[in-house]
Ligand binder design. Structure first.
Ligand code: SF4
Length: 118
């Protein structure tokens, strides 16, 4: 018993003083998926593949398409990254999503390329 208590006292803490010290993330941590709008052709494969419907691709006739992700719903599974045939979505590694307003975690990208117009 004394040895057990002694080991607890001698052991290093398992947590860090976050946010002053950045946590050491597991290798392979994905973080938030982000879109490169220059590669996106608005085919909607990510929207279809997302298991929680966190992505919305809108194609309006005569207007630029838009791509929107809701980080409040996203579970960071990475399926959209795999599903995109254009490789337009990458894992950013970002994980700090605290925000005061909901809109801050629902970024929308306008896809300006001519081939993604509705
Ligand atoms: S990482 Fe998963 S949950 Fe998040 S948007 Fe992509 S497919 Fe949806």
């Amino acid at each position: 018993m004394i040895g057990y208590l002694f080991n607890i006292v001698r052991s290093k803490p398992l947590s860090v003083a976050y946010p002053a010290i950045a946590p050491l993330l597991q290798r392979g941590s994905r973080g938030t998926p982000v879109l490169n709008p220059e590669r996106c052709d608005a085919n909607g494969a990510c929207e279809t593949a997302c298991p929680v419907s966190a992505i919305r691709v809108e194609r309006t006739p005569g207007a630029a398409a838009t791509w929107q992700i809701d980080y409040g719903q996203c579970i960071f599974c990475g399926v959209c990254i795999i599903a995109c045939p254009e490789g337009a979505i990458i894992a950013s590694g970002a994980f700090e999503l605290a925000a005061r307003k909901r809109q801050a975690v629902v970024p929308r990208k306008t896809l300006e390329a001519a081939d993604v117009r509705g």
